[in-house]
Every structure is written in structure tokens, then in C-alpha cells.
Design a protein around this ligand. Structure first.
Ligand code: ZN
Length: 542
């Protein structure tokens, strides 16, 4: 064999290739996998360099995060104000804040630059906070001269102070969907949905989901990724503008950047024809580390923010139904256009009404324009019942399930949004697999922390933050969960021929683990040490 062949010997290699599930050696040439097996297969290669650094470690395919947002790296420039403790890219833990007063005190104490023109924070999660909703007056106590903008954990809701309300031009006469008001009709400072969030972006500050990427933030995301075993990550809402593409290219061209990235063009930034043209033009710019071809649609909001669209009987606590982010009469046209053009659609649907409508529109598009192997994927897909899953299966759709919700918001879903009966069927990975639907599971980072082994633990254990098991019959095995964070996720991105398993010809991307997840109590899955990653044969220690 010509060239510099490198062989990694490990304690065990879990390949996620059902045709050869386990090995001890993997050979790499030019960043790709040359051979997998034992010593015998390696000796057949002729000369090679043996790397024995991992003889006590377990190698898996590098994890594929099929739904995250790369601004998770940059967002740590702003204070984290969520309910749960959260580890940042530098490894330090920001403690969870358990009341509105604690959030306000934290923001008052947080340093900001003398020349700052706004104050932003992220991760606010009011559903567990006792008492009332946050008001503009709370944030006026943080600043009465600068605009203060805090983004909720869902990413779909903001609270702002009075200065920001004035800058946006909102007062009691404003007539916009998603503007919360108090009993006297005054805006409370809580803003729901992309229309209002867009006004904040345009007139105050681009924070939250509209934050722009920069190379420094992307590199920080890379640091976070290698500590949790991720070697391929999506950026599932991207404007794919020239400046964004320049950031992707600069970051991924660096040899010391540890991940491959797969941004999805967010359809809402473009008219249909314009979006199709943009996607077509950008395909020529794809590389081995920058994959292009998926399109993201947002059909509704978030369940815990009460902006998801639910079927009967609606929200458990009686809250009014949520928001359509795409008008129902426009959804079919958008889906059909991208489907016909050959794109892979990734459709955010949280509530079951949104999923049902999306499935109906996909059924029409697929019937009118049959296209084998489309791999259209329902993202989050948290509430379908058995019949809706059977339709999903019949249409050949994939599901990327938001398994982390069970831990982070399971208790809130029981108490507030769905009630126990429906909460037990949420994020139904068991049903997805029983219907032979291709499965991925995700974190939606920064909505919840990037950590595929934790996500796998959620799908396997289905424990809420209080330790109660929610819907035990929807639990899946460790092996199935590992599949969902590797080959399963790669499949939804049409990248399973390149990444997601350890097979000859694929990229030499591995997660290096300190314990064998298949030889332990599944309850320990989230605590398996990640020692680093290997991308294209190069080791990146955690
Ligand atoms: Zn998302």
C-alpha cells in the first residue's frame, strides 16, 4: 500500500457497521479509513505506523449532531441565565438561576464594556420559575439607559426592557401577533415569534437565534464539540449569506479545526425562487469539511414556550394554541418547491398539529412529484401519536427527535403543557424504531447542551430532572441510541456514505471514549469520559 498508513489500536472499536460491529484496529490513509479489523487485516497492508495511544480506550464513529446551532460557541460572550447549571466551552459551570430576582441580580452584577450599546443574555427558562412572568420593569432594573434583551431557552421568545421596547417602536397601540400584554393592555416586554424577534434584530441587537457567526465563536464551538465526541455538526438555521459562508470556509479550512459542519439554508431568509437559486449556487462551494444541501423550515414554535401548535385537547393548562411560523396556506408551496428541486428538507415541528399539517403537505408534494430517497426529516417531532407515526413511516420520512426535552422539560410537560398522559408519549424514539423510521436524536444546542452521550442517555433512560421515568415503553437500547447519534444522524443529512460509522472509504473520524458504553449499566452512559476526537486521522485531545 502506497503512502503513510497509520494504524490505531484500541481496546475495542465499536464500528456501528452492522456488517462488522467490532474491531480492534483501524488503518487510516490520507484522512480516510483504509482497513478495519484485527492485526491480520493490518498486516495485509504492508508497512504502517502503529499508534498505541488508544490501547486502553474505546473508539466509536465521531458523533454526528444532526440538530444544533453553531452560535453555541459565540453565545458565551453573553451571560447564561438558564434554570439548569450549564458547562461552557472553557469547562466552567454557570450555576442555574431559580427566580426572576436571581436573574436580575446576575445581570446587574455581570460585567459589560463601558462602550456597550446593549445588554444581552440567553437561556432564560421561566417555566420553572415560581409566581409571575418577567416584565419590562424587571429588566429596567438592569439598565434604564441601555436596551436589555434576554432570549428564552427555546430561542423563540425574548424579554426586553422599556428602552428596547421604545427602540423597536412598540407601545399599547402596536398590533402584532406574539406581543404579550398585561391586564391594562400595556406590552409586558415579552415577545413571541420570529416577526417580533426580527424587529429586535433589526432595531436593537442581533442576539439569540439571529446572532451572526464569527470565526472565533466557531472555533469555540469546535472546542466544545471535541470534549463531547462530536466530529460533524449541523448549523440548522443559516442565512447562508456571503459573510456567513466566509466564516464557515475560514473556520473549516484550518487544520486545527476539529469538526466538519453541515449548515442548512433557512428558507425564511429568502423568497422561494431566491432560496432555490442560492442553494444551487452554494453547492459548488462544498468541501470535505463543509457540507451543503439541506433546507430548514420552521412550522411552529416551542411547547414549553406555549408557541407550538397542538391538536385537541390543546395545552394542559388551558393556554391558547401557539403560533404558525409559516402560514398554513403557504407551507405546501414552500415544501413542494424545495422537494421538486431535490433539497433535503428539515422541518421544525414541535406540536402535533404542526407535525400533522407538515406531513399532509409532504404527502401531497411526494404524490405529485415522486422522489425516492428524499430523506426529508421532521425535526423535534415531539408529540405525534401512533397513527401519525404510521403516516410518517409510509412517506419515508426521517425523525430527528429532541430526546433532551424529557430531562429538561419533562416535568413542565407533565404539569403545564401536555399533562401526564400525552407527556408519556413525547419524544417517542421507541415508536419511531418500531415503525422502522430512520432515527436521529439531538440537543438543539444552545437550547440544551451539546453532548450526544447525554442525549443518548435521555433516549435510553427517559428520566426527567426529578428522576421520574416518563413513558418507559418508549425507551430504546444503548446500541440503538448510539446508532441515532452516529449513522442515524448522518443518514438524515445524506452524509452516511461519508461519516457515522467506521468502514473502509469513510472519513477517519472517531470519538475516543474512556469506557465501553456497551459494557456498562446504561444509567452511566451520560458519564462516559470523552478523551477527545479524531478527525481525518488527526487526534484532538479533550
Ligand atoms: Zn434548532
Amino acid at each position: 500500500m502506497q503512502g503513510d498508513v497509520q494504524v490505531f489500536r484500541a481496546k475495542r472499536i465499536i464500528t456501528m457497521n452492522p456488517g462488522q460491529p467490532f474491531a480492534t484496529h483501524v488503518a487510516v490513509l490520507g484522512g480516510k479509513i483504509l482497513a478495519v479489523g484485527g492485526l491480520e487485516e493490518m498486516q495485509a497492508l504492508g508497512a504502517y505506523r502503529l499508534d498505541e495511544r488508544f490501547t486502553e480506550s474505546v473508539l466509536l464513529p465521531g458523533f454526528v449532531e444532526g440538530h444544533c446551532h453553531l452560535f453555541e460557541g459565540g453565545i458565551w460572550d453573553d451571560p447564561y441565565i438558564g434554570y439548569f447549571d450549564r458547562r461552557g466551552p472553557d469547562g466552567a459551570v454557570s450555576p442555574g438561576l431559580k427566580s426572576i430576582a436571581a436573574v436580575v441580580a446576575h445581570l446587574r452584577a455581570a460585567p459589560h464594556a463601558a462602550d456597550a450599546t446593549s445588554i444581552s443574555a440567553w437561556g432564560f427558562d421561566p417555566i420553572y420559575l415560581p409566581g409571575r412572568r418577567m416584565k419590562a420593569a424587571d429588566l429596567d432594573a438592569v439598565s434604564d439607559s441601555l436596551p436589555v434583551v434576554i432570549t428564552h431557552a427555546s430561542g423563540h421568545i425574548m424579554n426586553v426592557n422599556s428602552v428596547a421596547l421604545r427602540m423597536i417602536g412598540i407601545d399599547r397601540d402596536t398590533d402584532l401577533d406574539g406581543l404579550l400584554r398585561d391586564a391594562d393592555g400595556e406590552p409586558t416586554g415579552e415577545l413571541l415569534g420570529f416577526e417580533l424577534l426580527g424587529l429586535v434584530r433589526d432595531r436593537v441587537v442581533a442576539s439569540g437565534l439571529s446572532r451572526k457567526l464569527d470565526v472565533r465563536g466557531l472555533r469555540r464551538f469546535g472546542q466544545l464539540a471535541l470534549r463531547v465526541g462530536v466530529t460533524t455538526a449541523t448549523d440548522l438555521v443559516s442565512d447562508m449569506a456571503d459573510d456567513t459562508m466566509a466564516v464557515y470556509k475560514a473556520a473549516t479550512a484550518a487544520e486545527d479545526f476539529p469538526i466538519r459542519i453541515a449548515p442548512a439554508l433557512a428558507a425564511r431568509f429568502y423568497g422561494i425562487e431566491e432560496g432555490l437559486a442560492r442553494l444551487g449556487a452554494l453547492k459548488a462551494e462544498a468541501t470535505d469539511r463543509l457540507f451543503i444541501g439541506t433546507v430548514k423550515l420552521h412550522v411552529d414554535g416551542s411547547i414549553q414556550g406555549f408557541t407550538a401548535r397542538l391538536r385537541w385537547p390543546g395545552y394542559h393548562n388551558g393556554a391558547p394554541n401557539g403560533l404558525w411560523y409559516i402560514a398554513p396556506n403557504e407551507l405546501g408551496g414552500i415544501i413542494e418547491a424545495y422537494h421538486r428541486a431535490g433539497a433535503t428538507l428539515h422541518m421544525h415541528t414541535n406540536g402535533d398539529e404542526a407535525t400533522e399539517l407538515t406531513v399532509e403537505m409532504l404527502a401531497r408534494a411526494i404524490a405529485a412529484h415522486p422522489r425516492p430517497d428524499h430523506r426529508h426529516t421532521l425535526q423535534h417531532c415531539q408529540m405525534p401519536d401512533q397513527a401519525l407515526y404510521r403516516r410518517i413511516a409510509a412517506l419515508g420520512l426521517c425523525c430527528n427527535i429532541f430526546a433532551n426535552h424529557i430531562y429538561y422539560w419533562g416535568e413542565a410537560h407533565i404539569a403545564e403543557t401536555m399533562g401526564l398522559s400525552r407527556a408519556q408519549r413525547m419524544d417517542a424514539c421507541g415508536t419511531v424504531l418500531r415503525n422502522n423510521i430512520p432515527l436521529a436524536i439531538h440537543s438543539d444546542a444552545p437550547i440544551t447542551p451539546l453532548d450526544p452521550l447525554f442525549t443518548a442517555w435521555c433516549a435510553v433512560m427517559r428520566e426527567t430532572s426529578t428522576g421520574r421515568v416518563l413513558g418507559p415503553d418508549e425507551r430504546i437500547s444503548v446500541e440503538q441510541a448510539l446508532y441515532a447519534i452516529t449513522t442515524g444522524a448522518a443518514y438524515t443529512l445524506k452524509l452516511d456514505h461519508l461519516v457515522g460509522s467506521i468502514e473502509v472509504g469513510k472519513f477517519a473520524d472517531f470519538a475516543v471514549l474512556g469506557l465501553d458504553p456497551l459494557a456498562m449499566d446504561p444509567a452511566g452512559l451520560k458519564d462516559v469520559p470523552v478523551l477527545g476526537t479524531i478527525r481525518g486521522g488527526a487526534f484532538f485531545p479533550a
